[in-house]
Design a protein around this ligand. Structure first.
Ligand SMILES: Nc1nc2c(c(=O)[nH]1)N[C@H]1C(S)=C(S)[C@@H](COP(=O)(O)O)O[C@H]1N2
Ligand SMILES: [Mo]
Length: 466
């Protein structure tokens, strides 16, 4: 135990040196505990006499922590279909998104269980072990003393935008569910936050990675022991052991008190409640990388560990949650992101893909983060189809659904022949092999004369068959 403590001290010294800091230069906050402030005292201090008497008056909670106006109603919703029975899964209301940051309260959530941890940060630890010279256990306090970074990055669940979600949504609608839309139900498994934490490379340099190591295996402190293999090269590149989200501690849904952020890689890699990182010489065969979150290739083999999210964009306004009140000027607005790096271009078509115009990109553009794009549009009131496509800094272009399908071994003919006739059971299986993961296809929206907006992709492919 003692040797561990002294190791940690040595490590703290080493890391401070790595970051170019003099030892002892890391300041400690005295930290007046918020818990010491009782509502009564604060009420007096804030000069508020009436609180929460009518719905329009702020409550003491609103004043101490902040709540939104009672006129704002945008919320996450539960996922559609059987997935909702597997665990806590909520979807970001992309139709209401503004700018590039998702408020923590609206960040999508994927848990493979219903239990929502509330881990005590005073007892939580992160162990780094395996093929390292000095295995170490860090407390939260020790981690937070180390040099940190804050970076804006998207997360996206592997299955986001898959056709299966569309099908589940139709089934939910048929059962009378009214809160589901394509923009939120099919695409809402992505969000962007500013994440704050310690670069994993700093920790790994500190513990001394041994020769021959090539992967890490990270494990979370939850009942399902969520675990994932990640290439060591990625860990040394830009992974963050994060404790902060949008200027405050992580939310419980996002893995409080500590999670991995694996910029640009599929959501499943971003292990929440992370408690252990083992350095190893080969990927492990975790359930979540072998039987789930894989793509079946044309040759019948599944792609494992293919983790990077392709270039993707989505018009969020107008989308099928909106109805345009009439012809005239609108600003088409949406989000674009790429797992490899920065978005360099977003084009928008307002005539069903015949012509394209460059949208303006909100600055600064962060790598591996949502980029907000905007384009002014004068709608003449006629029915049309609008869509966006993006290009990343390496020239990779977002594909159409058909281009994506071809990559996975399906051609246009097989769609046309199979889709209308496909039995529900086969469809379910088909959806888990093709079109279930890493879906970065272009999403077209049909704007009808009455101003209503509908999906013009899945409805066409599936003929709205449920
Ligand atoms: N411990 C733990 N980590 C986890 C998961 C989980 O169920 N448990 N789900 C993973 C999946 S599949 C995704 S998409 C992301 C979602 O992160 P979020 O819930 O913060 O949006 O977390 C990943 N990390
Ligand atoms: Mo996921």
């Amino acid at each position: 135990m003692n040797s561990k403590v002294s190791d940690r001290r040595a490590f703290l010294k080493g890391s401070a040196a790595l970051a170019g800091l003099a030892v002892g230069a890391i300041p400690f906050a005295k930290g007046e505990a918020l818990a010491n402030v009782t509502p009564g005292e604060s009420t007096v201090k804030l000069g508020v006499t009436k609180l929460g008497v009518t719905p329009d008056e702020p409550t003491i909670q609103d004043l101490l922590y902040g709540g939104r106006s009672s006129y704002e109603t945008s919320v996450r919703i539960a996922t559609s279909g059987a997935l909702a029975d597997w665990g806590l899964r909520t979807l970001t209301p992309l139709q209401d998104s503004i700018g590039i940051i998702t408020p923590a309260s609206l960040h999508f959530t994927v848990h493979d269980e219903f239990n929502l941890n509330n881990i005590d940060p005073r007892t939580h630890t992160l162990t780094i072990h395996g093929m390292v010279d000095r295995p170490l256990i860090f407390t939260m306090e020790e981690l937070k003393r180390l040099p940190s970074v804050s970076r804006v990055h998207f997360l996206e669940c592997t299955g986001n935008s898959g056709m299966g979600h569309y099908r589940n949504m139709l089934q939910d609608r048929a059962k009378g569910r009214t809160d589901v839309t394509v923009i939120q139900t099919v695409h809402g498994r992505t969000s962007t936050s500013e994440w704050t934490g310690v670069p994993l490379s700093l920790l790994l340099k500190g513990v001394g990675v041994q020769k021959g190591a090539s992967w890490i295996v990270a494990e979370g402190d939850d009942n399902v022991h969520h675990a994932k293999s990640i290439p060591l090269a990625k860990a040394m590149d830009d992974m963050i052991v994060a404790y902060g989200q949008n200027g405050e501690a992580l939310r419980r849904e996002q893995g409080y008190p500590l999670r991995l952020v694996v910029p640009g890689f599929q959501g499943v890699c971003n292990v929440k409640f992370v408690k252990s990182i083992k350095v190893v010489d080969k990927p492990y065969y975790m359930q979540r990388e072998i039987s789930a979150y894989t793509n079946l290739k044309p040759d019948g083999k599944a792609s494992w560990y293919e983790s990077q999210v392709g270039p993707k964009s989505l018009i969020t306004f107008p989308s099928d949650a909106h109805k345009l009140p009439g012809r005239g000027f609108y600003e088409i607005s949406g989000i674009a992101w790429a797992g490899r790096g920065a978005i360099s271009r977003v084009e928008v078509s307002t005539d069903d893909g015949r012509t394209w115009k460059d949208a303006s990109l909100q600055q600064p553009v962060f790598r591996k983060a949502w980029t907000r794009f905007r384009l002014g549009w004068n709608w003449d009131g006629a029915e049309t189809v609008i869509m966006s496509r993006c290009t990343d800094e390496y020239g990779d272009i977002q594909p159409t659904y058909m281009e994506l399908a071809k990559m996975w071994g399906l051609d246009e003919k097989s769609y046309d022949e199979r889709m209308p006739a496909i039995p529900a059971t086969e469809m379910a299986q088909w959806l888990t092999t093709v079109g279930a993961v890493l879906n970065n296809q272009i999403q077209p929206w049909r704007v009808s004369q009455d101003g209503s907006v509908q999906d013009a992709l899945f409805s066409t492919l599936l003929h709205d068959k449920i």
